[in-house]
Design a protein around this ligand. Sequence first.
Ligand code: GLY
Length: 355
Amino acid sequence: MSKQEQGIILSENLAVNLKQAIDRCPHDKLFILTDEHTSRLCTPRLWKIGYLSGMKEFVIGAGDTHKTLDTLASIWTWLSNSGATRHSLLLNLGGGMVTDLGGFAAATFKRGFPYINIPTTLLAMVDASVGGKTGINFNGLKNEIGVFAPASSVLIDVRFLSSLDHHNLLSGYAEMLKHGLISTESHWAELLRFDPKQVDYDRLHEWIGKSVQVKKAIVEQDPFEHGIRKALNLGHTVGHAFESLALKENRPVLHGYAVAWGLVCELYLSHIQTGFPVNKMMQTIRFIKENYGTFDMNCQHYETLYEFMLHDKKNAAGTINFTLLEDVGRISINQTTDRETLYGMFDFYRDCISM
Ligand code: GLY
């Protein structure tokens, strides 16, 4: 794969757009993968589409705990028993778990056949389903095994969001905020006007379109994350450490919440290391504080958080790799810092977000 060739469709008419996406992939058999939530809440919309009647559906358990080798093997077994070939086509209908796992299953079965993503959560629409990262968790590590294998098409239909709860909507929105920060001042500024208590779905539809274009443009330049794709890691170095700490202490948090709190920390680091303007940092932090609350931690957690960051798979040779910003849209990848600065960053986080 030299370049990502993903058709991303912001769908106004799922039946028509799905037909176009399916027609792009001549196939012998069509399969659909869902999880127990999307099968109940979202698949009925597909069954209303005449040409999909009789399609074979496989339903896996919902949630990240099912993103395993066992589930993957069960998908391979189902494909095999159902006579899938290298010329088959898989539709993944669900959140990031389904699109990551289904993408990996399709990319590896008989050395790979095409798949289409129909993301049903905001996180999957603006991030997971776009860009070709597929895989499973392994050995206690998230997304440890996988391949880069882009979906042939990604169909985004915001009507699926009507069944999404408030917290999961905000979780996906954190990735949109990240895309705002790494793109343009006007997109970043409009995103800060979002009111999650009174969601304007038309506006959200428009911003999702912009958000996906930000990610698509970056992935097209650097599909395998050798350079500029690292921009998409903004907020994630600290965010993943928060997520891991929360998991370790049996108080799991949604990915996007951890990313939002990670953005607070990494904007501070951007301010002191690469000159990110303080007023834009504070505007963004205010939005995050109001909508995402705070992650409860004290100075006894610093060491553990530091260790988590040190062992992040994005690092090379014992240094912690950060993506920082000089300003909105001015990205500085491959930044490092020292332990003292990071502890100062955690002090800042606790001071400003818990006030
Ligand atoms: N989620 C970040 C990326 O796709 O690179």
